[in-house]
Design a protein around this ligand. Structure first.
Ligand code: NDP
Length: 337
């Protein structure tokens, strides 16, 4: 059995990764990391205690040599998927996000270098935020060759979104520079998704506030009829496809050494609202300016993700299915469906 380690097993994306790994026909033996025993036990129970799932505690990925014990206990592991990193827009202090992102990544590689002699593949969950700068023009075409270089204190200032974006770019740079400067026995790939939508793996994980990307949809569902529509926009992809890409990134040799953009189109809050209003009219949400998303999205640069799609070779879940599944799950949790 191939042993796969997944950092951050409590996360929105990681739970879907764990689910696909433990159910895969490839018979994976899966070890995830959790910040506490309580959270680790909860995940094991949510999955109904499968034989091929266990966990190790890593309280803080940024603590010196945070992952050494994980690789010491599982020196037979051959794959490491590093998803654990804080994702929120709630801090104006760059250290809060940049330190765990960068030190966490470095600690994974240091542990593999010292104790993970059987690790053959490492997949780091990076982000589209480490690819595109925010000042790209609509005529620009973004590919995996691009880097978000907005990482200096002058450029990020105290802007929470810029701080998160910089944390992802600096962490990914750390990963590629580590394998360049050290003799390693494994191949690295990065997964670079845009905003990730779709349902939580477990209905019981739906709380009043969700993880940052799911909260985009949750906020819209909770708008009052007279509320203004937030001017939010970006690219989107479904979480089940993001999880699948993590598996393919280590299963397919074509993915070795690649940055894999995951992108399935653009949205504004109005796009999501228009869909919800047409599908769930009884919710009595504001109307905003239906259809105005087309104009708003004209300012967004194009993405050329053809190389990533070629490597992965599967069809992504469409917008309506992704949003519909997300909305229904939230409404069910609120007792409104
Ligand atoms: P979640 O917030 O759901 O998951 C984040 C995970 O990281 C949790 O398991 C969390 O643990 C763990 N974590 C955070 N900080 C630390 C720390 N200091 N020490 C140990 N563990 C830590 O987010 P997502 O699932 O959405 O994100 C997972 C990854 O995907 C992140 O790297 C994120 O940057 C990336 N990503 C996400 C996108 C999205 O739209 N969702 C888009 C692009 C990239 P705990 O639950 O205990 O706090």
């Amino acid at each position: 059995m191939t042993k796969v380690i997944v950092s951050g097993g409590t996360g929105f994306i990681a739970q879907h990764i764990l689910n696909q790994l433990i159910k895969s026909n490839n018979n994976y033996n899966v070890v995830f990391t959790s910040r506490s025993k309580e959270k680790g036990d909860k995940v094991i129970n949510l999955f109904e205690k499968p034989k091929n799932l266990s966990y190790e505690i890593v309280e803080d990925v940024a603590a010196p040599r945070a992952f050494d014990h994980v690789l010491q206990h599982h020196s037979d592991a051959s794959v490491f998927l590093h998803t654990a990193s804080p994702f929120h827009f709630k801090t104006t202090d760059p250290e809060i996000l940049i330190k765990p992102a960068v030190e966490g990544t470095k600690n994974v590689f240091l542990a593999i270098e010292k104790y993970g002699k059987n690790i053959k593949k490492v997949v780091v969950t990076s982000s589209y935020a480490s690819i595109a700068r925010t000042d790209k023009k609509p005529t620009d075409i973004i590919t995996e060759k691009d880097w978000n270089t907005q990482t200096t204190p002058e450029e990020i200032g105290n802007n929470p979104v810029f701080i998160y974006r910089a944390s992802k770019s600096l962490a990914e740079q750390e990963a590629w520079s580590f394998i360049k400067n050290h003799q390693v026995n494994f191949k690295l790939s990065t997964i670079n998704p845009v905003f990730v939508f779709g349902p939580q793996l477990f209905d019981s994980e739906v709380k009043s506030e969700l993880n940052t990307s799911s909260e985009v949809i949750n906020k819209i569902i909770n708008l009052k009829p007279d509320d203004k529509i937030p001017p939010f926009k970006g690219g989107w992809i479904d979480v089940r496809d993001v999880a699948k890409a993590h598996l393919l990134a280590f299963e397919k040799n074509d993915a070795e050494g690649e940055r894999i953009i995951l992108y399935n189109g653009n949205f504004t809050d109005q796009t999501i609202l228009d869909f919800i209003n047409s599908k769930f009219p009884k919710l009595n949400l504001p109307k905003g300016d239906p259809g105005s998303d087309k104009k708003a999205l004209e300012s967004v640069p194009k993405v050329d993700d053809s190389k990533s799609r070629r490597i992965l070779g599967f069809k992504y879940i469409d917008f309506d299915t992704s949003i519909d599944d997300s909305v229904k799950q939230i409404l069910k949790a609120k007792g409104e469906l």
